[in-house]
Design a binder for this molecule. Structure first.
Ligand code: G3P
Ligand code: MG
Length: 247
């Protein structure tokens, strides 16, 4: 098991603290830190010209004043968009962070990172190739960083380009062939969707020596249940609510 997993905390701020601030903005990461989070999760994808940005959706409409696919929009356009106003006037002017702005900012905050690689199918290698040199250049290799993705190809590419960082496989449900799927991309953790939580599969993954993480948990009572089931960490939009019981 990679030593970064020893430093995992039970509560991971999902897209920063996106229950209280516009997701995946620097304001959201700063707030996660203020609320006491030690780890945050965020999403990275590439623009039309191959620049990595911190952004969750395929499309720009929900969380910015832009339109269309982020993977089909040039960085010169993305840099002009507002990623805070949709959430509230107080956040007007928040940018979609570029990965090369985000990484130094996060380290200045002293936060550990789960970076989820988001990629349209077919762009997995290109996405990982774009992020790898930026991580190499700007991330302190002593600071915990777990790479994860729903797309195995992104993790297979990460194993080649960033072998020193551990990988987590994102899935909705822990499938019966979980072991083969983890082996395919050299994953050391499974990150699954809470409605599919099931004791037998969690126990099986844990007994094999891997970590089990669960998204997205905003209810402290549910977090406690998952902890009792053996879940190692949960992603939450409201780190303050869960940190009361899991400091
Ligand atoms: O990485 C955990 C979780 O963020 C996966 O789902 O859609 O919120 O990126 P999503
Ligand atoms: Mg995510």
């Amino acid at each position: 098991m990679h030593p970064f997993y020893d430093q995992l905390s039970f509560v991971i701020g999902h897209r920063g603290a996106c229950g209280h601030a516009p997701e995946n903005t620097l304001a959201s990461f700063r707030l996660a830190k203020q609320l006491g989070a030690k780890w945050i999760e965020t999403d990275v994808c590439i623009s039309a010209d191959g620049v990595p940005y911190i952004f969750h959706d395929d499309r720009l409409e929900r969380c910015t004043n832009g339109k269309g696919l982020i993977a089909r929009t040039h960085s010169s356009e993305l840099d002009k968009l507002d990623a805070g106003l949709w959430y509230g006037e107080a956040f007007r002017g928040e940018a979609i962070p570029r990965l090369d702005t985000f990484l130094p900012a996060l380290q200045q905050l002293g936060l550990n990172l789960n970076l989820e690689i988001k990629s349209p199918l077919g762009l997995e290698a290109q996405t990982t190739e774009a992020i790898a040199p930026i991580i190499r250049r700007l991330w302190n290799p002593q600071t915990p960083l777990i790479l994860s993705s729903f797309t195995p190809h992104a993790l297979i590419s990460a194993r080649k380009l960033l072998p020193e960082y551990p990988r987590g496989l994102n899935l909705d449900c822990i499938p019966s062939d979980w072991q083969a799927r983890m082996a395919e991309c050299g994953a050391e953790s499974i990150h699954f969707y809470d409605p599919f939580a099931e004791q037998n599969s969690i126990t099986a993954v844990k007994n094999a020596g891997y970590k089990v993480l669960c998204f997205t948990i905003n209810n402290p009572q549910r977090a406690a249940e998952l902890k009792n089931m053996g879940v190692d960490a949960v992603f939450t939009d409201v780190p303050d609510a869960l940190l009361k019981q899991n400091p």
